[in-house]
Ligand binder design. Structure first.
Ligand SMILES: [Zn+2]
Length: 167
């Protein structure tokens, strides 16, 4: 019986790279493991940005187990470069960096608030601090005159926070 499909098994379907470069895909094709035929855009973008021969050279220089990470990185960079021809993935990195900065500020504010809440919840005995001293604090705010706060509260409030949190 003849098997369906018509073509003989030795005619291997070319990988996405060989298909785009219109060359024969050999059994040991360096692109084949990373650029499957069903994802042609992956190689197209890398080829457009880096050039097939550079990708080839780079993969040759790497150990086999490093190649798929390198391909992921190149595909990411190539796509970023096509989206943003000026900054490429640096644009994405700096935008993420800004998000990190914003979130770190939010975290610092939240942590300061936690400290503030704890001190309000468990006020320690205050000695040597009266309401007049508190009122003369450089950043006296709405809760600063309350003499039940611990000395740490005033330190935290006037030195660490510089009054900006509650303004
Ligand atoms: Zn190939």
């Amino acid at each position: 019986m003849k098997e369906g499909g018509g073509k003989k098994q030795e005619a291997v379907a070319p990988c996405a790279a060989c298909k785009l470069l219109r060359r024969r895909c050999s059994r040991d094709c360096i692109f084949a493991p990373h650029f499957p035929a069903d994802d042609p855009h992956k190689f197209a973008s890398v080829h457009r940005v880096f050039g097939a021969s550079n990708v080839n050279k780079l993969l040759q220089e790497l150990l086999e187990h490093q190649r798929s990470d390198a391909v992921s990185s190149m595909v990411y960079e190539a796509n970023a470069r096509m989206r943003d021809p000026v900054y490429g993935c640096v644009g994405a990195i700096s935008s993420l960096q800004q998000q990190v900065d914003v979130l770190q500020n939010q975290l610092a504010l939240a942590q300061a608030e936690v400290v503030h809440m704890r001190l309000r919840q468990f006020p320690t005995a205050v000695s040597g601090l009266n309401s007049r001293q508190a009122a003369s604090s450089p950043s006296s705010g709405r809760a600063i005159n309350n003499s039940q706060h611990s000395p740490y509260y005033y330190y935290y409030y006037s030195v660490d926070m510089d009054g900006s949190l509650w303004d």
